[in-house]
Design a protein around this ligand. Sequence first.
Ligand code: GDP
Ligand code: MN
Length: 379
Amino acid sequence: MNLHEYQARDLLRAAGIAMPEGGVAATAEEAEAIARRLGGHVVVKAQVHAGGRGKAGGVKLAKDAAEARQLAGTILGMSIKGLTVQKVLVVPAATIASESYVGLIMDRESQRPVFMVSAAGGVDIEEVAAQTPERITRLAVDPRYGLLAHQALGLALSLYRDFAQARAAAGIMQRLYQVFVGNGASLAEINPLVTTTEGSVLALDAKISIDDNELDRRPDLAALRDESAEAPSEVAARQAGLTFIKLDGNVGCVVNGAGLAMATMDLVKFYGGEPANFLDIGGSSNPEKVVNALRIITADHNVKAILFNIFGGITRTDDVANGIVAATRQFTVELPIVIRLTGTNEVEAFKILQGVGMRALSDMDAAVKQAVALAQEAA
Ligand code: GDP
Ligand code: MN
């Protein structure tokens, strides 16, 4: 779950990282009032779950409250990477001397939190990693000890020659590590971490993603979810108890089990197609889930064909077949549907589908090929 910058800032501030106090506004008038309270010279920042807001025109400096109002007026309602800006953060503007990158991710390979820092901050770190990887310093942290003072200082000295600044940055990194561990984050980054012309070290941006598995035991964090800022299809899927990730292709996939879903996507690509989504309807046999899955997939206008791939173990394939029939009765599915099912109760399932004039396949390759071909014909 991604947090907004203003939410991430609250977590960093709670951990003792100095960030000037700001305010969140949903209207230009509110932004003006906050700017006035802060003395006028502010930054107005779009609050959407996307990086690169600066480049997209979603981060602007205002010299006074009137300009803050005008800028908020243009930023609110703007679309950044397909997300509509509904709120802006207004914070005192800093005068920047240098911009660094400080980030922490959970790394699967080393099975540890890994720090990445770079003096090439402000820009996308992906760009730095691709073009000048030598400008990124990495450190895997042993979770038994956390980020030790000398390690933090070592990282900070790769960014700053000035010892006072390095010490300040090291303190920020240790606190960032506390925030990361203490909130079950999968990512925590400050980009840019700046030095100001007065010489102080300040975090100007904050990005935190919380591991979804953390949310059941942390209702305080779960409450930070802003569904209005998430892809509607992903919100609907979560509410329906489906594991769904929207992708850019045109073959809608309905699969039971995460592993089979991955294999299905691989095979779609292998046969020259592009999956429109990852969707795991889970191990239970509940027709309602199929209905919900079809609703979510058919709402995506990129989808040109639907592929069911069901392996009946605990899942009963006749329940899935009933779900498909129920769904197509509840609303018209205009798209071609290819159904592959095998396993528990497959004889019954095939009968149910035949009864309504639908045909199922038992071979996975054949079904995927057919779905890819149908999607390409329609595209
Ligand atoms: P992002 O583009 O979504 O990562 O948004 P950021 O919060 O990182 O802002 C983008 C850029 O705007 C930063 O890299 C800075 O160059 C600039 N910026 C942000 N805050 C300030 C500020 O207080 N003063 C100045 N002068 N520039 C700022
Ligand atoms: Mn940034």
